[in-house]
Design a protein around this ligand. Structure first.
Ligand SMILES: [Zn+2]
Length: 276
């Protein structure tokens, strides 16, 4: 999930469409512009570093070997002081991989070099973007893997009253394989959210305020996360990716806008931001 914003409360829920929203002109929080910190990327299609065989089938062997050794060696030959990160590109809206359900990672494969490499790349890419969440289909890998992280620094870019309303709190890196998400209660909240695969745009999405996610960590140990507020939003956004769904499938269509226009008032008929 795209998320770095310097001055905003806006960011990211559930397939609730227009008829489910009550309209109100009493918007407690004004939208404030997001300033993205990531550089403009070149348009691209599939990531060059595909982890999968062309058929996306059972035999999931990497097409290239991206060992740490070869990367370090390349850096050495180039005389560079730092390791060059050979990361895949983020897949953008329109690529079919973003619209197909991802497959479960076989438990016996979790410890494999290939899966560990995918996880490492996802974490590095999320941090480089920067973003607060990423799902494997966003690097062209149709497997059920998500990573998420929110930091004090990222949160400090937004006004305190905003992050407080959003219940946005820092949390350590989470890597979840084969996540299963369950809502806890029916309370929801509406806020703007964005996506690294839909660069440059934002829209209001309604999300559950409390969810429970079970799955496995990168070592194959079962995990359970009880999340609320912004973390719950990120989890819903990333799990949607694994179902082949983007936030634009769930947004309030009238709120869709460019990042530059984020501060402009919501149009008539738009729902009120905040908790329901
Ligand atoms: Zn996304």
């Amino acid at each position: 999930m795209e998320c770095i914003q310097q001055f905003t409360h806006s960011l990211f829920p559930i397939p609730f469409y227009g008829k489910n929203f009550k309209t109100s002109t009493n918007t407690p929080l004004q939208t404030i512009p997001i300033i993205l910190l990531h550089p403009t990327r070149k348009p691209n299609c599939r990531p060059k570093n595909s982890y999968l065989s062309p058929t996306f089938n059972v035999n999931l062997k990497p097409q290239r070997n991206y060992s740490a050794t070869s990367t370090a060696r390349a850096g050495w030959f180039l005389g560079m002081g730092e390791k060059k990160q050979n990361l895949p590109d983020i897949v953008k809206a329109g690529d079919p991989v973003l619209y197909e359900p991802a497959r479960e990672v076989p438990l016996e494969e979790i410890g494999s070099e290939r899966i560990q490499k995918i996880v490492d790349d996802m974490v590095n890419l999320m941090r480089k973007a920067p973003g607060v969440g990423l799902a494997a289909p966003q690097i062209g890998v149709p497997l059920k893997i998500i990573v998420l992280e929110d930091t004090k620094e990222y949160i400090s870019y937004a006004p305190k009253e905003v992050t407080k309303a959003q219940e946005r709190r820092p949390f350590d890196l989470l890597v979840i394989l084969n996540p299963k998400l369950k809502k806890k209660g029916n309370k929801t909240a509406l806020y703007f959210e964005g996506c690294l695969s839909v660069d440059g745009f934002r829209a209001v999405v309604e999300r559950y305020l409390e969810v429970e996610v079970t799955g496995f960590d990168r070592d194959g140990r079962p995990i359970k996360i009880d999340a609320s507020g912004w973390q719950a939003r990120i989890l819903q956004h990333e799990c949607d990716h694994l179902d082949g769904s983007l936030y634009v499938d769930k947004m309030v269509p009238r709120t869709f806008r460019t990042v530059e226009n984020l501060e402009l008032p919501l149009s008539a008929g738009s729902p009120k931001l905040g908790d329901r």
